[in-house]
Design a protein around this ligand. Structure first.
Ligand SMILES: [Fe+2]
Length: 377
């Protein structure tokens, strides 16, 4: 028996504050980041809470992959004040923090406390970038502050109840963030479409996401005020999130996670760097060639055999990347061959341990990973 179920209500074509007003919360916990406060994104929320006398607490010192200490602080606040709504406004990190708080909150509730002593708040995720898909997925990453180790948690307990797609909140994202996050979303959909765990439902989400990204990412990058392309990118990122929430990802993300951590690269840029090489490598699987052929034909690239179409898709991605000023090689980011060779053993260890490797369409060896990484120099 197979079951497909979506657990998150998607609210779009509205402003986030209008939906919150409809919800009329009694007490709110809000996670965000300092940049959002600086941009004034939280101001309308605070005005509304103040005007209605709604108690609220903001956790804004969010770093990428929030620390366990911050999660504990948020958790304690939830237990003490029992807000009926938790709102995460920001990029992936603000939403990741709220997810971790929700996860431990429900765990504590079910394992240690009476059913009345704590209640599950409604969890609302409001993304301000179009890429991570965090508003719709049940993954989070938190950091052990002592060892620096990153811990991935996956659980339905942290699936947002509501994702609000408010396009106005994405309009101020600069070009480089628009490009990085947009290619991240594209990588989610491409990896989900060939994943070992794919389903007909994840396929449908992924194809539509890829189509929207090919049509809208360059216009959104070249003119950040172009509302229609911003809106389409926001929907594409959520669709891509839906696809990999069911199908998982692959070694593109595993390698990008490792290179990103070693060389301090933004997540989307690391994915963009690796993407054409991993796709080229994946052509060794006839099954993946057929899947890439399906994507290419969906995008209107029908030039002949499945092999030709699959290669055309990879070429299309190289062209897209060059329009977005994304790096082609590690050396474009001033990372030299010696540094890459020195860190190769770490990359191999990381990729083997990464949860994304499990759903790659076929098994990979150390030699395969070494070949992909060295082709990036
Ligand atoms: Fe990603």
């Amino acid at each position: 028996m197979k079951i497909h179920q979506e657990l998150t209500k998607i609210v779009y074509d509205t402003s986030a504050i209008d939906y919150i007003k409809l919800l009329a919360p009694k007490s709110v916990c809000l996670t965000s980041d300092p940049f959002m406060i600086k941009l004034g994104v939280l101001a309308p929320f605070e005005q509304y809470f103040n005007s209605k006398g709604i108690p609220y607490k903001i956790f804004s010192d969010v770093q990428p992959n929030p620390s366990e200490a911050l999660v504990r602080k948020g958790l304690l606040h939830i237990i003490e004040t029992k807000p009926d709504v938790i709102i995460a406004i920001g990029g992936g990190s603000a939403i990741d923090l709220a997810k971790a708080i929700m996860y431990y909150c429900i765990h504590i509730k079910t394992e240690f406390m009476s059913i009345e002593s704590i209640h599950k708040p409604i969890f609302i995720a409001v993304p301000t970038t179009s890429g991570t898909g965090s508003e719709i997925t049940n993954y989070t990453v938190i950091t052990d502050e002592e060892t620096g180790a990153k811990r991935v948690i996956q659980s339905e307990l942290m699936q947002p109840d509501v994702a609000i797609l408010d396009v106005e909140l994405t309009m101020s994202a600069p070009g480089s963030i628009t490009a990085d996050t947009g290619v991240d979303a594209l990588t989610h959909a491409l990896e989900a479409y060939v994943s070992k765990l794919r389903t007909p439902f994840s396929d449908a989400y992924a194809l539509k996401a890829i189509d929207l990204i090919f049509k809208n990412l360059i216009p959104a990058y070249e003119n950040g005020n172009h509302k229609e392309s911003r809106q389409n990118m926001q929907i594409a990122a959520t669709l891509a999130g839906l696809s990999f929430n069911h199908a998982g990802l692959g070694i593109n993300h595993s390698i990008a996670h490792s290179l990103g951590a070693i060389f301090h690269l933004p997540h989307g840029k690391a994915n963009a760097l690796v993407l054409p090489e991993v796709m080229k490598f994946n052509l060794k699987s006839p099954e993946v060639v057929n899947r890439y052929d399906e994507i290419a034909r969906y995008l209107g690239m029908n030039f002949g055999t499945p092999e030709i179409n699959a290669k055309a898709l990879i070429e299309g991605i190289r062209v897209l990347k060059s329009h977005l000023n994304q790096p082609g090689k590690l050396t474009d980011l001033d990372i030299d061959m010696n540094a890459v060779i020195r860190h190769l053993p770490q990359v191999l260890t990381d990729v083997k341990a990464d949860y994304c490797t499990v759903s790659h369409p076929f098994a990979v060896t150390d030699e395969d990973i070494r070949g992909i990484v060295m082709a990036l120099v």
